[in-house]
Design a protein around this ligand. Structure first.
Ligand SMILES: Nc1ncnc2c1ncn2[C@@H]1O[C@H](COP(=O)(O)OP(=O)(O)OP(=O)(O)O)[C@@H](O)[C@H]1O
Ligand SMILES: [Mg+2]
Length: 226
């Protein structure tokens, strides 16, 4: 029944990619409903390319007036509900965060992304205050280099990890062709053609590691409050 939102007010930080990769991974073991709450409907578009993996259903949100009902209905139907939000602060995003058991804040190791991640963590905290509960939140570093990182990238990751009250998920969503390829081919990582896409196995291992940590956070095994 956990509800997980993917939020960062900065566009292009990796929300949709992370939401999709993690949704596919969780769908290996349980039913997942992925709510596409971005008016541009990137995940609805993805779901129309080819058959989504069994266990994963993508639904479109009708917007801020209906998102709360949509989340409640989805949570009654599936063990996992994931919500992909658009890249800007909005009432819809606040409603989704307030209904979430965990807000994942994807961020690239760039100054603007990190800054927007902190703004988003602040928004999660305020939503929690209004709801009189603490809403767990965690940063997921995205599009990171598998090999040697630049000094700037390392510095930004280190700075985020040092901040009190900020939890950064250990495994990062490394920059891989396989993740980008999902949006042109449809399906999940396991449906990609190894003749056409490199590094599928590594991409799956990476997705599994991230999903495991998310489950751990949801079970309360890790301090994750913004
Ligand atoms: N780990 C990754 N490996 C390769 N490409 C990636 C990865 N993460 C994101 N991308 C690419 O980066 C771009 C932006 O990612 P994505 O659409 O997930 O960001 P977003 O935060 O959802 O953006 P928006 O705010 O516009 O909704 C896309 O072209 C996507 O394919
Ligand atoms: Mg997106």
């Amino acid at each position: 029944m956990p509800v997980i939102s993917f939020a960062n007010s900065k566009g292009g930080s990796g929300k949709t990619t992370s939401a999709l990769v993690i949704a596919c991974e969780l769908a290996e073991a349980a039913d997942v409903i992925l709510i596409d709450a971005d008016p541009r409907r990137p995940l609805i578009g993805w779901s129309q390319l080819s058959k989504p993996p069994a266990g994963l259903r993508v639904v479109s949100s009708g917007g801020e007036k209906t998102i709360q009902d949509e989340i409640e209905d989805a949570a009654a139907e599936a063990p996992f509900v994931l919500i992909d939000l658009e890249g800007m602060a909005s009432q819809l995003a606040t409603f989704a965060m307030t209904a979430s058991d965990l807000v994942i804040v994807p961020a690239q190791e760039q100054h603007q992304d990190a800054q927007a991640a902190l703004d988003t963590l602040g928004a999660v905290k305020r939503a929690g205050r209004a709801a009189r509960r603490e809403i767990p939140a965690a940063v997921l570093l995205t599009r990171t280099r598998a090999a040697v990182k630049s000094r700037t990238a390392r510095h930004i990751g280190d700075q985020l990890r040092k901040l009190e009250g900020v939890h950064v998920i250990g495994p990062e969503l490394v920059e891989r062709d396989a993740y980008a390829a999902l949006f042109s081919s449809g399906g999940g990582l396991r449906q990609l053609d190894p003749q056409e896409v490199n590094g599928i196995e590594k991409a799956i291992l990476n997705a599994t590691a991230i999903s495991k940590e998310i489950i751990k956070i949801l079970r309360g095994g890790q301090e994750a409050t913004a």
